[in-house]
Design a protein around this ligand. Structure first.
Ligand SMILES: *Cc1c(COP(=O)(O)O)cnc(C)c1O
Length: 385
């Protein structure tokens, strides 16, 4: 059906319309010069990413999934090793461990819906090699505790910051705490590109050097980028290919210019929602200082209410996304079914995402708020004091 307010698509369309000339020029610049693979725009993007996250090196890759998978591999983690991560995340955070032949040890989240540091401690064994915290929905994990646990137990930390570009924990950017920080520039992400894209940041020179090679068949001589910083290696290893395209980087470099504005607008939208939806019988999201807004998720009473609210809004032309239906560890055939994670499971029953992107018009947000109120006042006959 045709929605009046779609869940995300208008975000890309409206941004592109508003910046059409700049985007076309960026595209045409690369195409007309024949500069398509690992050239200046990728370099510029990587430098911006490093600077923005207050790290030394940025490595552009093809997706957030690849960023994570290459990170696990670069740290030498493989068969027989365990990596601790939350189940309440996008499946890629777990896949990157499995893809390297290692074993994911899933732990539950705390009431803030982020990995619970105390549960990390109980999950550590002599096989544990790394902790993989996920800064989910723009909220940063308790990095003081996590870094302390990692140091005490000599574990690597790989941050999944795919949903947290621009968020900070006690003033320090997400992605800059661990050995490696991973980002996604996939279309619906905070800095969403026009298709797939990913990035890794690190302060560790040898890891950076390794990753620049690993994204390109271990062959740096093929391209001009990063050659002067990192000499062609003597030892060559098997590696696949995962490069950020020049065209994609050029378009993303245009979007960077507006990124802080876009983040501020997301905050504004979250505030309008929070104000307008106060007093209704569901849990509103809670944000800490430094968090960014990747999603606006409310927790309704139960899955039946969630379904009827979703349908009611759909009838009124508002598209709603329910992603948390089956928690990752309950998905059949993935071999994760032995984990028992009550908080993760409860989130999957009642979490509902409202449209939340910078390009939404205020009238649209107000319309959504009004329709949610109508649902509770009229449909559910709830009396609000
Ligand atoms: C999107 C996402 C990824 C994967 O990024 P892709 O670019 O889609 O491959 C990994 N982790 C989290 C938490 C994500 O949201």
């Amino acid at each position: 059906m045709e929605y009046k307010i779609n869940f995300i698509r208008n975000s890309y369309i409206r941004f592109a319309e508003a910046h059409k000339d700049e985007l076309i020029n960026a595209f045409w610049d690369r195409v007309s010069k024949g500069e398509l693979i690992l050239r200046d725009e990728v370099r510029k993007f990587e430098d911006t990413l490093a600077k923005y996250t207050n790290t030394k090196y940025g490595i552009g890759v093809n997706s957030g999934t690849d960023a994570l998978t290459l990170s696990v591999r670069a740290l030498g983690i493989g068969p027989g090793d365990e990596v601790i991560c939350p189940a309440h995340t996008f499946i890629a955070s777990i896949y990157c461990i499995v893809a390297n032949g290692a074993t994911p040890i899933l732990v539950d989240v705390g009431p803030n819906e982020l990995i619970d540091p105390e549960r990390i401690v109980s999950a550590i064994t002599e096989k544990t090699k790394a902790i993989l915290p996920v800064h989910f929905h723009g909220k940063t994990c308790d990095m003081d505790r996590i870094m302390l646990i990692a140091a005490k137990n000599k574990l690597f930390v790989i941050e999944d910051a795919a949903q947290a570009l621009g968020s900070t924990y006690k003033g320090q950017p997400a992605g800059s705490f661990g050995d490696l920080g991973c980002f996604s520039f996939n279309t619906p992400k905070l800095l969403g590109g026009w298709g797939d894209g990913g990035g890794i940041v690190t302060n560790n020179k040898s890891l950076a050097e390794k990753l620049y090679l690993m994204r390109n068949h271990y062959n740096m001589a093929q391209s001009s980028i990063r050659r002067e910083d990192f000499p062609t290696p003597e030892i060559v290893e098997w590696a696949g290919k995962s490069r950020l395209d020049e065209i994609q980087a050029a378009l993303l470099n245009v979007k960077w210019k507006y990124f802080d504005q876009l983040l501020a607008r997301r905050k504004e939208i979250a505030d309008i929602y929070c104000k307008g939806l106060q007093g209704l019988p569901f849990k509103l999201p809670e944000y800490n200082e430094g968090d960014v807004i990747q999603e606006f998720i409310i927790r309704v009473l139960d899955s039946d209410t969630r379904e009827s609210l979703k349908n009611y809004l759909a009838e009124n032309g508002i598209e709603i996304m329910i992603r948390e239906t089956t928690p990752n560890h309950k998905v059949k055939n993935l071999g994760l079914e032995n984990f028992n994670l009550p908080i993760t499971e409860s989130i999957s029953k009642d979490a509902l995402r409202l449209p939340c992107y910078p390009e939404l018009y205020n009238e649209e947000i107000e319309f959504i708020i009004q329709k949610i109120k109508d649902f509770y006042y009229k449909e559910q006959e709830i009396v609000i004091e």
